[in-house]
Design a protein around this ligand. Structure first.
Ligand code: AP5
Length: 217
């Protein structure tokens, strides 16, 4: 089962990807998470990516494609995966198509999560992340039991650097210019499904599950 989750920054791709991966027992592949780890460990890729990420710009395709190509070769990808935040440009989508073709594989489903830009600004500006386990919270929509502390591991929560208002604006602009064209790209391939991503996390997950079940059987 290979699925792509598309959508504006903050629409809930990571939240839903985690639930799908748990249900299907397949890995979540999120270049944003891989890059943040690289930034934290100050690797060469991390040092190159940091300035792009903190200013809300996309990291160059060449860097991302290197990361994805390596990741998809890992044994845990054999049964499938959820791509969360990749592809994000037409160049990346074409490259993914070629990688899969070489491996005799295909993407069965692309889900575009849809909400208004005003809603994603609310979701992003209230997001908090655990500094240790990466668990995600929202100060209003999904608060931790004790303010600023992770329910799971008791470590401190932090706000991502790119969740500042000015950077959010830039990320939305990059989405409109570079990622939104992928909606027609995958519609043209006949594998796109749109999901209204307003409302409760569980309700959205139910809608996604109803799309996955027919293609996975
Ligand atoms: P990345 O980490 O991928 O960020 P993003 O796409 O901007 O997405 P987010 O993680 O911000 O949001 P999300 O949709 O996963 O929402 P979430 O579930 O967290 O990328 C970061 C950067 O890395 C990019 O800007 C770029 O520089 C670089 N990068 C990454 N991939 C790249 C690529 N392919 N090419 C080039 N550069 C790349 O939810 C958000 C908040 O909302 C949370 O607090 C959550 O609790 C809450 N929430 C979720 N669902 C709901 C709901 N239904 N109702 C209320 N609140 C909700």
């Amino acid at each position: 089962m290979r699925i792509i989750l598309l959508g504006m920054p903050g629409v809930g791709k990571g939240t839903q990807a985690k639930k799908i991966c748990e249900a299907l027992n397949i890995p979540q592949i999120a270049p944003g998470d891989i890059l943040r780890k690289a930034v934290k460990s100050r690797t060469e890729i991390g040092l190159e990516a940091k300035a792009y990420m903190n200013s809300g710009k996309l990291v160059p395709d060449k860097v991302i494609l290197g990361i994805i190509e390596d990741r998809l070769k890992a044994p845990d990808c054999e049964r499938g995966y959820i791509l969360d935040g990749f592809p994000r440009t037409v160049v990346q989508a074409n490259a993914l198509g070629l990688m899969l073709k070489k491996a005799g594989q295909e993407i069965k489903l692309v889900i575009s999560l849809e909400v208004s830009p005003a809603e994603v600004v609310k979701r992003l500006s209230g997001r908090r992340v655990c500094s240790s386990c990466g668990r995600m919270y929202h100060i209003k929509f999904k608060p931790s039991q004790q303010e600023g502390i992770c329910d799971k591991c008791g470590e401190a929560l932090y706000q991502r650097e790119d969740d500042q208002e000015k950077t959010i604006k830039k990320r939305l602009e990059q989405y409109r210019e570079q990622t939104a064209p992928l909606i027609s790209y995958y519609k043209g391939l006949g594998i796109l499904e749109k999901v209204d991503a307003r409302g409760e996390i569980e309700e959205i997950f139910k809608k996604i599950t109803s799309l996955i079940n027919p293609v996975s059987s």
